[in-house]
Design a protein around this ligand. Structure first.
Ligand code: ATP
Length: 331
């Protein structure tokens, strides 16, 4: 069965108290390259030339949303996968350090494999790193022959060690019902009996988030979580992310192509191009005074899309209320 959650609770020692002082995610000098295996050797060596990704520096504090934006193929998904040591075959980390909730993430899990498009059983590997991963296509993350309840049961059994005063595991059903209600399922009991194919993409996305809540992970990595959803479902998932950020003090790294989503959700925004973070900072500052030419081009395209004047336009055209961070209510 699949297991899309990575949880700090796998550790037998619990979180390091010092980690409370560290950001939920800290990435410094990350560099990822293609790994080629010359014929006749078992060794993989990165080819010369520019890296696929890097250098990338990122920092996400608890209770903060950082949006990672950039064009297709610029390296957003590889960056996310590397945060859990889950790079796909053929890609290797060649430099940099990653800390999730204060704990170092190794370059590659021994059996490392991509989360994106990986067979469900490989997603089991996403555990133990203090983060949950929510992907664009939630259906690929559930095992079709198991009910939603079975997914919760296995996830809790895998991640929460037996403990507590009487050495028993927490009641998986009670925990699952509470998490499902928290993400808006009034009929949580019925949902436990559903199979993934009986649910829409938006519902499965909410179940993915409930699986993160049940383990109380401090960091959610959401890679285009609304891309495949209809508009009402997109809004609902974004509302939910905002809710769990607020109520659980969760850190969220949110990958999106949609600057309206960034305007609404982000505290900070990092702009990627050709594998590099070319500019990052407070989302309002980036919208109002972008410094890098690519950020300016991206914002100009965003404003054109909505028929708006750019921040430094002639002031005669309106700025759409939902497409700027100030209007979207960012603090
Ligand atoms: N397994 C792989 N082996 C070699 N190169 C890869 C592999 N996976 C991705 N790449 C390359 O790495 C680069 C970054 O890919 P990535 O999927 O991270 O981009 P992205 O920004 O997430 O794109 P999109 O927005 O379309 O999802 C691309 O040039 C891609 O072709």
């Amino acid at each position: 069965m699949n297991d899309m959650i990575a949880s700090q609770t796998d550790s037998t020692h619990g979180p390091d108290p010092a980690s409370a002082l560290e950001p939920a995610l800290f990435v410094h000098g990350l560099e990822l390259r293609r790994a080629v295996r010359p014929a006749g050797t078992g060794e993989t060596t990165p080819p010369p030339g520019p890296p696929l990704v890097g250098p990338v520096d990122l920092r996400v504090e608890r209770g903060q949303v950082v949006c990672l934006v950039g064009p297709s193929g610029c390296g957003k998904s590889l960056t996310c996968m590397s945060l859990l040591g889950m790079l796909p075959e053929g890609v290797t980390r060649t430099a940099g350090s990653i800390r999730v909730n204060g704990q170092a993430v190794e370059g590659q899990a021994p059996e490392g494999h991509a989360a994106d498009g990986a067979p469900p059983e490989r997603l089991r590997l996403l555990r133990g790193r203090g983060a949950a991963y929510v992907l664009q296509n939630p259906a690929s993350c559930f095992d079709p022959v198991f009910t939603i309840g079975a997914h919760f049961q296995e996830t809790l059994a895998a991640h929460l060690p037996a403990g507590g005063h009487n050495g028993t595991r927490p009641d998986w059903r009670a925990a699952a019902l509470a998490a499902l209600r928290e993400v808006g399922f009034d009929d949580a009991l019925a949902i436990l009996r559903h199979y993934p194919f009986q649910m829409s993409g938006g519902m499965l996305q909410r179940v993915m988030i409930a699986l993160a809540l049940v383990l109380d992970v401090p960091l959610l990595i959401a890679d285009e979580p609304t891309t495949d959803l209809d508009l009402p479902s997109q809004a609902r998932v974004l509302d939910l992310l905002e809710q769990v950020r607020r109520t659980r003090n969760m850190a969220i790294l949110l990958v999106t192509h949609d600057l309206s989503v960034a305007a609404r959700m982000a505290h900070r925004m990092a702009v990627m191009r050709h594998g590099r973070v070319v500019e990052q900072g407070d989302v309002r500052e980036l919208f109002n005074a972008p410094r890098h030419p690519y950020t300016r081009a991206l914002l100009a395209a965003h404003h054109r899309l909505y028929g708006l004047c750019p921040p430094h336009g002639d002031g005669t055209s309106p700025r759409h209320p939902a497409t700027t961070p100030a209007a979207a209510g960012r603090p």
